[in-house]
Design a protein around this ligand. Structure first.
Ligand SMILES: Cc1cc2nc3c(=O)[nH]c(=O)nc-3n(C[C@H](O)[C@H](O)[C@H](O)COP(=O)(O)OP(=O)(O)OC[C@H]3O[C@@H](n4cnc5c(N)ncnc54)[C@H](O)[C@@H]3O)c2cc1C
Length: 481
């Protein structure tokens, strides 16, 4: 289906990862006009990140499992009428002309918005499929060169075909660690250890959920077998509590943790390495939705996701979400939810009944995989004792160089009780990343040991936007933008 330049599309999908691709092609195949925007140049999102053609990778699929699912989505996209706007970073979504008016999706162009040319597309419905980013908990030495995010290490390998070091420790919490460690080992790195702060025994408390998701166990076994083949040691209930090195990583201290993630005194041992890949799970990327007032729900691992109804619609009518924005659960769940959302939007806009058998299968699969995601979230949720890793001079906010000591001073001496007040007193969270890196840590310190996450923010900008871009907007056509 085609649209004239002034007509709104039926559906704008933001994010071309597993969820967004599935949603865009499903909606297009049912007859909707669809525009698909992504900050990245390539489709595939985080899971199907692959090398740029210029790198000449002979078999880009070698670093992925389930590549066939992505190949099929790409085939359907190529065969569809979907307008794909790559290298379009969306910074805001607004509504034109009242509650029933079309949505305006505002983007800046260039890889991750670097060119800064403004672009606006209009649509009758929006599907948010913006994925997640890594949660980082600070510890002494975490800002040394050679410390990278666990997902970041995976991204370096998948998109740049480079390793962050030769002898790497992989640490943090969550199933991503096993995937990252096995990829690094298979690609030729020595993985000195995998250090998991949570444990895997908690999965055994939900045998029914495990039995109905056998592919998850199979995935874990595949990674486990790769780690065994490469003689990689796995330490659970342990954390990297210090990084050593003059100019870059030379070694890490691994310490045993109690049930609350407090370091067990005297249990530290040093492991030599030249890189540390670390991450403590993923945080749903929901700023575009919370700016519009969408309701959120707390996840088992303490992060916030969008609250969705059974057909993937948010609490704001006309705005759907799929994949990690509704809770972290993996690429297959993201695909299922994307398809479900695409079908739901088509049913709403075209007023047609959906193929009941297809819908039943998708709903059943979605609920089954969401149940597994909850179990996963509980097994790897950070315990309240992790701030015991911090010394007063550990930087908590690396953008603004705010130490744990200064945050504690704001809490203990100046009476700050939440992340927002700490931010006003110390500048923690005011830098380039806008609290994405330090938000969890600052919220926990402000709550004095209670588990806490920063509240959902209502910001007009989801990403930094050049002033020239704002100046070029025509205020007469939109609600303030
Ligand atoms: C760093 C990282 C590494 C990961 N590595 C693995 C792994 O190795 N193995 C594994 O099993 N799982 C991995 N995961 C989890 C896995 O990526 C997800 O389960 C899956 O990709 C979810 O699909 P999605 O479509 O919800 O999100 P994604 O695949 O993350 O897709 C989201 C897309 O939205 C785009 N986007 C975000 N914000 C904007 C915006 N404002 N404007 C325009 N576009 C935007 C992004 O560019 C991205 O393409 C990783 C996650 C992260 C964050």
């Amino acid at each position: 289906m085609t649209t004239s330049a002034s007509d709104p599309y039926d559906l704008a999908v933001i994010g071309a990862g597993s969820a967004g691709l599935a949603g865009a092609v499903a909606a297009s195949e049912l007859g909707l006009s669809v525009v698909l925007l992504d900050a990245s140049v390539q489709t595939g999102g985080q899971f199907y990140r692959h090398p740029a053609p210029a790198l000449g990778a002979a078999r880009p699929e070698a670093l992925h499992h389930d590549w066939a699912a992505f190949a099929e989505l790409r085939r359907r996209l190529a065969a569809s009428d979907v307008t794909h706007l790559s290298a379009h970073h969306v910074w805001s979504v607004t509504r034109e002309g009242g509650d029933d008016g079309p949505w305006a999706v505002h983007a800046v162009t260039g890889p991750d918005g670097a060119e800064g040319r403004p672009r606006r597309v209009r649509a009758r419905a929006v599907l948010l499929a913006t994925g997640a980013y890594e949660r980082q908990l600070p510890f002494p030495g975490w800002t040394l060169p050679g410390v990278v995010g666990a997902g970041g290490a995976q991204a370096m390998l998948k998109s740049g075909l480079v390793l962050p070091g030769k002898r790497i420790v992989v640490a943090g919490s969550g199933p991503l660690l096993l995937a990252v460690a096995s990829s690094l080992a298979v690609a030729g790195a020595t993985v000195a250890a995998v250090v998991e702060a949570g444990g895997y025994l908690r999965y055994a408390r939900s045998p029914r959920v495990l039995m109905t998701n056998p592919h998850k166990a199979a995935e874990a076994l595949t990674h486990g077998a790769a780690l065994l083949r490469h003689r990689v040691r796995l330490a659970t209930r342990s954390a990297v509590t210090e990084v050593h090195g003059a100019d870059r990583v030379e070694a890490v201290t691994v310490t045993r943790l109690d049930r609350d993630w407090r370091p067990v005194q005297g249990s530290g041992r040093r492991i030599a390495c030249d890189a540390l890949a670390v991450g403590h799970g993923l945080v749903p990327q929901i700023e575009l939705a919370t700016a519009l007032g969408c309701a959120t729900r707390p996840l088992a691992d303490g992060t916030l996701a969008l609250a969705l109804d059974t057909r993937q619609e948010t609490s704001v009518r006309g705005l759907w979400a799929a994949g990690e924005t509704g809770g972290v659960g993996g690429a297959e769940l993201a695909r299922t939810e994307g398809e479900l959302a695409g079908i739901a939007v088509a049913a709403r806009l075209l007023g047609r009944r959906t193929d009941a058998a297809r819908l039943r299968r998708l709903l059943r699969d979605r609920d089954r995989m969401r149940a597994f995601a909850d179990v996963m979230g509980r097994a790897h949720a950070p315990g309240p004792g992790w701030p015991g890793w911090l010394t007063d001079d550990t930087d908590v906010c690396r953008c603004e160089e705010v130490s744990a000591g200064r945050v504690r001073e704001a809490v203990n001496d100046l009476g700050a009780r939440d992340a927002r007040t700490v931010k006003l007193l110390t500048r923690a969270g005011m830098g380039w990343c806008q609290g994405r890196m330090c938000g969890t840590a600052v919220a926990c310190l402000a709550a004095r040991g209670e588990a806490a996450e920063p509240p959902a923010e209502r910001r007009p900008f989801a990403t930094p936007v050049p002033l020239a871009t704002l100046a070029a907007l025509d205020p007469s056509t939109e609600n303030g933008f």
